[in-house]
Design a protein around this ligand. Sequence first.
Ligand code: GAL
Ligand code: CA
Length: 325
Amino acid sequence: MRKIFVTALIIALTLSSCAFADVKIGSCIYRFSDAFMLRFRNAMTAESVNEKAEIIIADSLNDQNTQDAQVDDFINSGVNVLIINPVDRMQSQSIIDKAKSANIPVVFINREPTAEMLATYDRAYYVGAKPEESGTEAGELIANYFKSHPEADKNKDGKIQFVMLRGENGHQDMIARSKYSVEAIKDAGFEPVEIAGAIANWDKLQAMTIMNAFIMSLGAENIEAVIANNDEMALGAVEALKANDYNKGNAEMYIPVVGVDANASALDAMDRGEMLGTVLNDADGQGTAAVKLAVALANGKDVSGQVVDGKYIWVPYQKVTRGEK
Ligand code: GAL
Ligand code: CA
């Protein structure tokens, strides 16, 4: 009897919590195994609880076809709004078209559709961070280090010989971080020289393998800085350097490495003196803003005061260091 009662109570509670959730959000993340997107997911889940909204988050497994099918399923199940982190941002149009025919709003995150695509639907939005900011700030970290450490110019040629580890091809963050980090170094009065560079797809293991190959071919003593488009790749580079006795505490054998994101593992590496710095990619700020916007849109609220250019919410980046090394 008691057992039946408890079961009935649980069912009643489950039903009521669904029934009372005013807004149902369907969300897709390009790949759950991405360390930064884990922070993003946690922020969205927490904000959904605050907003008393129901959120279902699907792992698109780095496959655009899988994601398109997930969007269809969400629409068929009657979600009120979508939050989408595209696998391939250049293929966002089909998702916008699906949302438009279902007459529900869609908020894109982290991977920016083109302005032309967003313009095709008045209820399509983007929440993210301006990638050029993160590039500039990462470059400034390197420039500031060389200002306070002239000995970092190991071959004394007045130039900064660096290697670059790039994120996924075509990603707006990969393009702008690669470009603006170098621009910032130039703006600070240095001459940057890219002696090697490769795409490591935001991935630590790929970056470690590539960095090992660079060390083998160039010699670690000839590398004066490592610029990585994100923390995971910076940490992969750090692993490769440590395997060659660099960045283990001996000041003579140190190469400044910078990343972007400010993931916990990178902050730990900075505390250990293995990594110079990073740029905070504010997952909490972006995840919270995306859910707030989605809920407001689903409730038919006027969001014109919350967005810029009718479409965007930009969350700022912030440099992170551990003081003077
Ligand atoms: C970037 C982030 C990377 C990776 C990527 C995924 O903003 O810095 O670490 O998560 O997004 O799209
Ligand atoms: Ca030099």
